[in-house]
Design a protein around this ligand. Structure first.
Ligand SMILES: CC(C)(COP(=O)(O)OP(=O)(O)OC[C@H]1O[C@@H](n2cnc3c(N)ncnc32)[C@H](O)[C@@H]1OP(=O)(O)O)[C@@H](O)C(=O)NCCC(=O)NCCS
Length: 171
């Protein structure tokens, strides 16, 4: 098996990223969301996993707002995360999350939230977001909204209602 490389996306990857998202989710909603986030300048981090010169996975982080007067814009949402079906369960999703979190740290983001599978994200340190005082603007089961604090500084732990970028609301 060829090694997997995780790197930032380039314009040349856009088509392959669309396809990975469409194949992984079995629909185009997430692929369209990625395009909207790019068009609206709301991509904080976008990484691809490449194996054998082929894009096999993708992860994106976009800025969120936290409704709290102390909030200074240091939180991002993880998602979508996609690995092409034939390459799933080989650690590629984990490599994307771990590298993505390193990018979050080096870019100074203090908090990452995710709407996702409650059995998948805790392995990276995520916990139910309500335990950090964070709540989702969407009406979702509480266990699927998770958060990870990346800073040891308690000053950065801001509680409040988390609002995703408006690009998430378009259909
Ligand atoms: C979720 C996804 C990104 C994981 O990528 P991956 O490369 O298969 O993940 P890894 O190989 O790093 O990890 C595999 C683990 O993820 C778990 N996993 C995969 N899909 C899962 C799901 N839908 N729900 C819960 N756990 C899942 C596997 O059971 C496995 O667990 P184990 O290590 O305890 O055996 C990939 O399965 C995917 O693209 N799924 C379709 C799109 C999607 O659901 N995206 C995530 C939205 S939150």
């Amino acid at each position: 098996m060829m090694p997997v490389t995780v790197r930032s996306e380039t314009e040349a990857d856009y088509e392959a990223i669309w396809q990975v998202n469409e194949l992984a989710f079995g629909r185009t909603a997430e692929a369209k969301l990625v395009t909207r986030l790019r068009e609206q300048g709301a991509v904080a981090i976008s990484l691809v996993a490449e194996q054998d010169d082929t894009i096999v996975g993708h992860i994106l982080f976009s800025p969120v707002q936290i409704e709290n007067p102390r909030y200074r814009g240091t939180a991002v949402a993880l998602g979508p995360l996609a690995v092409t079906p034939p390459r799933q369960k080989q650690g590629i999703g984990s490599a994307l999350v771990k590298t993505g979190l390193h990018h979050c740290i080096s870019q100074g983001f203090h908090t990452v939230v995710v709407l996702g599978h409650p059995t998948y994200y805790p392995r990276f340190g995520f916990q139910p977001a309500h335990q950090l005082g964070l709540h989702c603007e969407y009406n979702v089961p509480p266990e699927i909204f998770m958060a990870l604090s990346l800073s040891p500084n308690p000053q950065t732990k801001i509680s409040g209602l988390v609002r995703y970028h408006p690009a998430f609301q378009a259909t």
